[in-house]
Design a protein. Structure first.
Ligand code: MG
Length: 166
């Protein structure tokens, strides 16, 4: 007779991309970075939190961010993505899942991510209710190539691990 497993590990992957335009605050990972352009979006355009939320939702087997908070809905116009993230974390926890860690890659030639890494890790860890050591963030240049060249946008990949049923 096989025993039921005590807990299950589940991985989730998220991706998001936003244009960077003048006249918008540069909000990434819930932190306002000093930079002349910021992400364009229906909400605050925080591509880091959007990718992260999709990773969390994916790992939990829930609908994606765009389905939960559609950009056609005026309620989410100008929304603070930190509030969306807290809502997502609540839904993930309601499934009996604990967030183990996450890892995030930010590809942009806009703001310099390296000098903001500590602030981003601190901010994201606070939103997820985990230690900053369990949150990794790194910036990547795009080598002047493609649609992100010259700081025209930001693309983010996020991966997270959940432990379910502990
Ligand atoms: Mg987005």
């Amino acid at each position: 007779m096989s025993k039921e497993p005590q807990s299950q590990l589940r991985v989730g992957l998220g991706f998001d991309v936003h244009r960077l335009v003048p006249g918008r605050p540069c909000v990434l990972g819930g932190v306002v970075l000093e930079h002349p352009t910021g992400p364009l979006g229906h909400s605050d355009g925080d591509a880091v939190l959007h990718a992260l939320c999709d990773a969390l939702l994916g790992a939990a087997g829930l609908d994606d961010l765009g389905t939960l908070f559609p950009d056609s809905d005026p309620r989410w116009k100008g929304a603070d993505s930190r509030a969306l993230t807290r809502e997502v974390v609540g839904r993930v926890r309601a499934r009996g899942a604990a967030i183990v860690n996450c890892d995030i890659v930010i590809a942009t030639e806009g703001p310099r991510i390296a000098k903001h890494r500590a602030a981003l890790r601190e901010s994201i860890a606070g939103l997820l209710g985990i230690e900053p050591a369990a949150v990794n963030v790194k910036g990547k240049s795009v080598e002047g190539l493609g649609a992100l060249a010259g700081g025209a946008g930001v693309a983010v990949q996020a991966i997270c691990l959940l432990a379910v049923g502990r």
